[in-house]
Design a protein around this ligand. Structure first.
Ligand SMILES: Cc1ncc(COP(=O)(O)O)c(C=O)c1O
Length: 369
């Protein structure tokens, strides 16, 4: 342990701080739902769908119960008839694998680009075969990469692109928002996300009337109208009215929170210069710094030194999907994914960290040898 620094306790996250800061607007939202008597698919739900659609610049947003449900319903809605395989990255926490398997499809992985840690058109092209119907691209850690080539490649092969924006809501590139570049997008409002609910929630976003209509049926038992089941594979996955009201209250704050996250990461990047860690940059509007991610071949040693100083860390994500026994994937070798999974870890990064706490983490980073 570094004896020159007095130990502090810096958490990876502390949801109580954001709830306490937003207590007034959240309470007002709660009261409005109680007074309205609408608890499922009510006016807040409709308004939130509209408001998030305007924010993202997409024609349709549909609330669902979680980000994983959003991925599942998005994949189901866009999968071309006669195809049955989803390609995705194996370094994004397994949510797409869970969703695609629940939808009844096979999953294969493409390696990620060594710089962006996201899929590239080159890595996806190597995996495309006639059974592939959907590619899910995850904007990992908040980094909205340029998907133009990837989308073009997929479309020339009749493959649909789903964007997973769970970590990248509010990221913008060339005037477009994360979620507006593919055929459809999925996002999560899990409480630690950049736009977090007070419980679970998710949404899909799309400019396609056809896909929006498919998801609106799939999220409610496959109904075309009440008690009339028009499509197979429906479920009950709704964003409840309370969560919609909380999210409406927080949406106007999102850009400021994203900016705060970027500032925190920028300070960690600067603090790591010349030391044994490399902290990934999160500069510019295309990055919303969902996580502050560091890389080191001596990861466990670095994490232990930070833990001794009271700085919590975590690993997003330690086991690539193709190595998870529960996914039962075919054997694959993914060199970049596998190398990076052994080196990366996350530092505390949430908007409610105080300047003083951020400075302490910087000092702790600077003390690493
Ligand atoms: C990239 C990514 N996709 C999907 C999800 C799934 O969202 P949820 O937990 O709401 O199901 C998460 C996070 O939880 C995520 O980080």
């Amino acid at each position: 342990m570094n004896t020159a620094i007095v130990r502090r306790s810096i958490p990876m996250n502390d949801l109580a701080r954001g709830i306490s800061r937003d207590r007034e607007i959240l309470t007002a939202a709660f009261e409005s739902v109680l007074s309205s008597g609408h608890v499922v698919m009510g006016p807040n739900h409709s308004a939130f769908q509209r408001e998030l659609g305007d924010y993202l610049g997409v024609a349709h947003v549909l609330g669902v119960a979680s980000g994983t449900d959003a991925l599942e319903l998005a994949i189901k809605a866009v999968m071309p008839l006669g195809r049955s395989t989803v390609i995705t990255a194996a370094n994004a926490g397994g949510y797409t694998s869970t969703a695609a398997k629940r939808a009844g499809y096979r999953v294969r992985y493409a390696d990620v680009d060594a710089n962006s840690l996201c899929l590239s058109s080159r890595s996806v092209e190597a995996e495309l075969s006639p059974d592939v119907g959907v590619v899910v691209v995850t904007h990992l850690y908040g980094n909205l990469t340029d998907t133009t080539e990837l989308v073009e490649l997929c479309h020339t092969r009749g493959v649909r692109v789903v964007e997973d924006c769970a970590q990248a809501i509010g990221a913008r590139l060339d005037g477009g928002s994360a979620g507006s570049f593919g055929d459809i997008a999925a996002t999560s409002f899990y409480p630690t996300k950049n736009l977090g609910a007070i419980g679970d929630g998710g949404a899909i976003a799309t400019n396609s009337d056809e896909y929006a209509s498919a998801v609106s049926q799939l999220r409610q038992y496959g109904w075309s109208s009440k008690y009339h089941v028009a499509v197979a594979g429906g479920t009950n996955s709704r964003l409840d009215e309370l969560q919609a009201a909380f999210l409406r209250a927080r949406l106007p704050l999102l850009d400021a929170f994203n900016e705060r996250r970027r500032q925190i990461v920028a300070r960690y990047v600067a603090a790591a210069v010349g030391g044994p860690l490399r902290v990934l940059s999160a500069e510019g509007p295309h990055h919303v710094a969902h996580l502050a991610v560091a890389l080191s071949p001596r990861r466990e040693e670095m994490r232990a030194a930070l833990r001794d100083l009271g700085v919590q860390t975590d690993v997003h994500f330690p086991v690539p999907d193709h190595w998870q026994p529960g996914f039962g994937s075919d054997p694959q070798v993914l060199p970049v994914t596998e190398l990076v999974a052994g080196e990366l870890f996350s530092l505390p990064c949430f908007p409610e960290l105080t300047d003083d706490e951020v400075q302490f983490v910087c000092t702790a980073i600077g003390s690493l040898a």
